[in-house]
Design a binder for this molecule. Structure first.
Ligand code: EPU
Length: 421
């Protein structure tokens, strides 16, 4: 086991490069199952969720090479269509293989993901979409079994906007016979990039970037290459590291429009921002941040994946703020841990009320999931004294060696081996 030991209260300075996006990579990788040949994905982050997806794809027969953030996936010899529990239980994004497998091979057997650290997270929308496309779906011994001779284009309306279900339905529809119309489709940048990649393979998709996707099925797709976008949640997390430590830092990041909702809230909290096509500079004053409410929502709203980090930031603000998570109503496992650092946060249904304190104080805390861990690291950077963050395997799922980036900015943070759990 490893933990982070953080000596907080240091100002940060300097510039770091944001890594490639985890969540888009996790959609691009299974999309390669739709063709037979050598695909190349550039700017892929070295994080554990990517290694889990590589292992899952390897178990299906995909040959891979991952060097210097370039991932090649050769899908010429896919011989197995079963995604086993051992991979799916580690990472829910494994369910992304369902659409491509049933669409290309007419069969997929994918373990049901089960619960998640902050609630049920069902996959009913994925399954309903596959049924609409003509797949026969059975649930047997904890597995979804999908069968179809060839999928048929259909009208799919999502009652709830879902990133994963949109991605799965879009991938499946590319090789279906006839036209598919997906309404209330997710418009997250990761989904637009996935659509762009499918088009490079030869898919016919209209309406990319809107909530209505029209897909004309084709008979086959060819291997393709794409450059992944940078990780918007990592970018925003590092900016909050600058804000919470009242520092001036810079990030190399090419898509400031992807984090507009966060940049606006940061400015409202009192920091100065400068951004252009490749760079964001944050200059936080020495004053305490203002209390700024947020309510998470689908893109382009404030992302649920930044809710925990914003809660940590507001824990240091002047005044009281209300933070509502409309996407995941129970995603608050970071709250008791932040309170161990001296924060004053109360959970009320799907929201928290944060009464800012003048200084957080270092303590031993425990990561419970990826974004919760990030919030604890941010709080530790701002706190006086020493903070130890246990179970950092959660943060390694989605942030590429975050401590190295923070150290490059002058933070006092070390990864240390431990027997503590
Ligand atoms: N939902 C259903 N049924 C479904 C699918 C989703 O009810 O079949 C609900 C969910 O419970 C949730 C809402 O729809 O309330 C939206 O969930 P969505 O399907 O959009 O989430 P996801 O695709 O499973 C992705 C990200 C998450 C991120 C969410 C929301 C990936 C691999 N994961 O999950 O990222 O929180 O979208 O933006 O893209 C993270 O990176 O920390 C993370 C959890």
């Amino acid at each position: 086991m490893e933990k982070f030991v953080i000596h907080g209260g240091k100002k940060l300075h300097g510039r770091v490069q944001v890594s490639g996006a985890k969540n888009s990579a996790l959609a691009l990788m299974p999309a390669t199952l739709l063709n037979a040949g050598r695909n190349q994905l550039d700017n892929i982050p070295e994080v554990n969720d990517i290694y889990t997806m590589v292992k899952l794809l390897s178990s299906l027969g995909v040959q891979s090479d991952f060097t210097d953030h370039v991932l090649t996936l050769d899908t010429s010899n896919v011989r197995n269509q079963t995604a086993p529990y051992e991979h799916v239980k580690k990472m829910r994004a494994s369910v992304y293989v369902l659409g491509p497998l049933v669409s290309r091979f007419g069969y997929a057997k994918v373990s049901l993901p089960g619960g998640c650290a902050w609630g049920p997270r069902p996959i009913n929308l994925h399954l309903e979409a596959m049924k609409k496309l003509g797949a026969e779906i059975r649930i047997e011994e904890g597995y979804v079994i999908a069968k179809a001779n060839r999928l048929r284009g259909a009208k799919i309306h999502f009652d709830i906007s879902s990133v994963g279900a949109t991605g799965n339905a879009m991938m499946a529809a590319c090789l279906a016979e006839g036209n598919t119309l997906i309404s209330n489709a997710a418009i997250e940048p990761e989904i637009s990039l996935l659509a762009e990649y499918l088009v490079k393979m030869g898919a016919k998709i209209n309406g990319v970037g809107t909530t209505s996707l029209e897909i004309e099925g084709v008979n086959y797709l060819q291997p393709a290459e794409i450059v992944n976008i940078d990780d918007r949640i990592e970018a925003a997390t590092i900016l909050v590291a600058g804000a919470i430590t009242k520092s001036k830092i810079e990030i190399d990041y090419k898509n400031h429009e992807h984090i507009k909702s966060i940049l606006i809230k940061l400015e409202e909290s009192g920091v100065n921002l400068f951004y252009d096509k490749t760079l964001i500079i944050i200059d936080a004053s020495s004053l305490r941040p203002s209390n700024i409410d947020i309510s998470t929502s689908v893109y382009p709203g404030f992302p649920t994946d930044m809710q925990a980090q914003w809660t940590a930031y507001m824990a240091t603000a002047e005044g009281t703020s209300k933070i509502v998570d409309t996407i995941y109503h129970d995603r608050f496992s970071h709250v008791p841990e932040l309170n161990r650092l001296g924060a004053n946060i109360e959970i009320l249904n799907n929201s928290v009320v944060v009464t800012g304190v003048s200084l957080l104080k270092g303590a031993k805390v425990m990561s419970t999931d990826l974004r919760a861990s990030a919030s604890l690291v941010l709080a530790g950077l701002a706190a006086s004294g020493t903070t130890e963050v246990l179970r950092i395997y959660h943060i390694d799922r989605g942030y590429q060696r975050i401590e190295e980036k923070l150290k490059a900015l002058g933070a006092d943070i070390e990864r240390v081996k431990t027997t503590e759990y």
